[in-house]
Design a protein around this ligand. Structure first.
Ligand SMILES: Cc1cc2nc3c(=O)[nH]c(=O)nc-3n(C[C@H](O)[C@H](O)[C@H](O)COP(=O)(O)OP(=O)(O)OC[C@H]3O[C@@H](n4cnc5c(N)ncnc54)[C@H](O)[C@@H]3O)c2cc1C
Length: 412
């Protein structure tokens, strides 16, 4: 595709973290942007989110971070605890240490606050049209360009853009185009989520067994539970991961809590109490997208965020990768706007190894956190011998990453 991307808007399907960040990143580089979001208003899916310095650095450059900070929390550390004995196994310092080491804060926040900060920033940015209640219902390739049909209030529209960005999440419609990955697959894991007030019974139980003001991970062979403060510390986000059956193909739903209760066997009584006191847990089936197929098509299509590479959240980087995708894609397009195909190819080559490495890190975390017997003993020994500073240094490649100053290789 050789049309100059500056002469037509960039069309984005999906107004989640990926789509909204992409809108800001493209607008910042002078492109006109149209975002089509199926929901009637920008809504949050799920509760809390951890945003590491690789992501917050980009949000700062887009003017989003300053809007988010008042509602976010800068946790002091990530603390790994044994779910049976509640003994601390490891601690990675965050807070001021993270900000200094990785030049940007590590935050925990409610997703509503992240989305609100993105939308507020978009409202003050020229060149962005956000259309809610607009669902992509059909997508196809017509000779050498992509045609997406959006339905809004019963009216169909087919925006003519320079680039179609599929930021439409794990159930992506854009991904149905021939040559892309198609359907996601169920990973066999369920995520159980609930948010409790810090001053509730559950919040107080957590304070008595967790590391207050930290991201605490409770490790167990049958599950792991991550807990951290959100909403400027007024609430605690809890998310537990267990094996489970495939449930409805949607983000969340009520499912039989017996799965969670059974997985807790052997956990400390206080932890079991926390899970009971927290109330109604929502179960999310974790789906993943095969990362091998293409994320771009030469006709001017790019998948970003979960649409491209939904992964299990064990490295807490899905949104981080979505934010990185958005910023790097805009950088690549800005570098060779007259050759969209070239820019897309460069972007994909740049992103795939990084995202694959992050996914491998998540798989390793899962293996280590659910270890049993001798493997668990070895893990505990390694963690005990490794100073906190070394654990932090192991994350430099991840948290210290920055958008490359040159997004694309020179044109041949
Ligand atoms: C339990 C759990 C915990 C997690 N924790 C973390 C964490 O701590 N840190 C982290 O970085 N990541 C985390 N993640 C991953 C993170 O939530 C996702 O990677 C991220 O939200 C993906 O954003 P997205 O914009 O790509 O997709 P989505 O958030 O799914 O957004 C897609 C948007 O597209 C819209 N859409 C869909 N179809 C259409 C259509 N046909 N037409 C128009 N619009 C459409 C949807 O309505 C939605 O608004 C976690 C995930 C889970 C499940």
């Amino acid at each position: 595709m050789t049309m100059d991307a500056r002469f037509r808007p960039v069309v984005i399907a999906g107004g989640g973290i990926a789509g909204l960040t992409a809108a800001l990143a493209f607008a910042q580089r002078g492109f006109a942007v149209e975002v089509y979001e199926q929901a009637a208003r920008i809504e949050t899916v799920g509760a809390g989110i951890q945003l590491s310095p690789n992501a917050t650095h980009i949000l700062a450059s887009l003017g989003v971070l300053e809007r988010l900070l008042p509602m976010a929390v800068q946790p002091e550390a990530v603390v790994l605890k044994d779910a049976a004995s509640l003994k601390e196994r490891a601690r990675v310092p965050l807070g001021a240490f993270a900000e200094q080491r990785w030049q940007s804060p590590y935050l925990t926040a409610h997703r509503a606050d992240v989305q609100a900060a993105l939308v507020a920033r978009m409202a003050e940015t020229t060149g962005i049209r956000l259309l809610t209640g607009a669902r992509l219902t059909r997508i196809g390739i017509d000779t050498d360009s992509v045609v997406g049909t959006f339905e809004r209030d019963g009216i169909l529209c087919e925006p003519v853009g320079s680039l179609m960005i599929g930021a439409d999440g794990v159930w992506s419609k854009v991904r149905e185009l021939p040559g892309l990955a198609g359907k996601s697959r169920f990973t066999g894991e369920l995520a159980w989520r609930v948010t409790v007030a810090a001053d509730s019974a559950a919040g107080k139980t957590f304070a008595s067994i967790g590391a207050a003001g930290c991201v605490t991970a409770f490790l167990h062979s049958g599950f792991h539970l991550i807990a951290y403060p959100v909403s400027a510390g007024a609430a605690i986000n809890l998310v537990a991961f267990t094996k489970g059956e495939r449930i409805a193909e949607s983000w969340s739903g009520h499912t039989d809590p017996i799965i969670l209760t059974k997985a807790l066997r052997g956990a400390a009584p206080a932890l079991t109490r926390l899970i009971t006191e927290a109330g109604a847990w929502l179960a999310w089936p974790l789906h993943a997208v095969d990362q091998k197929p293409a994320w771009t098509l030469p006709q001017g299509v790019a998948l970003i965020g979960d649409a491209a590479h939904a992964m299990t959240p064990f490295a807490a980087q899905g949104a981080g990768m979505a934010i990185e995708d958005a910023a790097t894609l805009a950088a690549c397009l800005a570098e060779t706007p007259a050759n969209v195909t070239h820019a897309l190819r460069n972007w994909e080559q740049q992103r795939k190894p990084r995202v694959a490495k992050v996914a491998r890190r998540g798989a390793l975390n899962h293996l280590a956190w659910h270890a049993v017997g001798p493997v668990a003993l070895a893990r505990n020994l390694v963690l005990a011998l490794r100073p906190s500073q070394r654990l932090a240094a192991d994350l430099d490649w991840l948290y210290g990453w920055r958008v490359p100053s040159t997004g694309a290789e020179p044109l041949a």
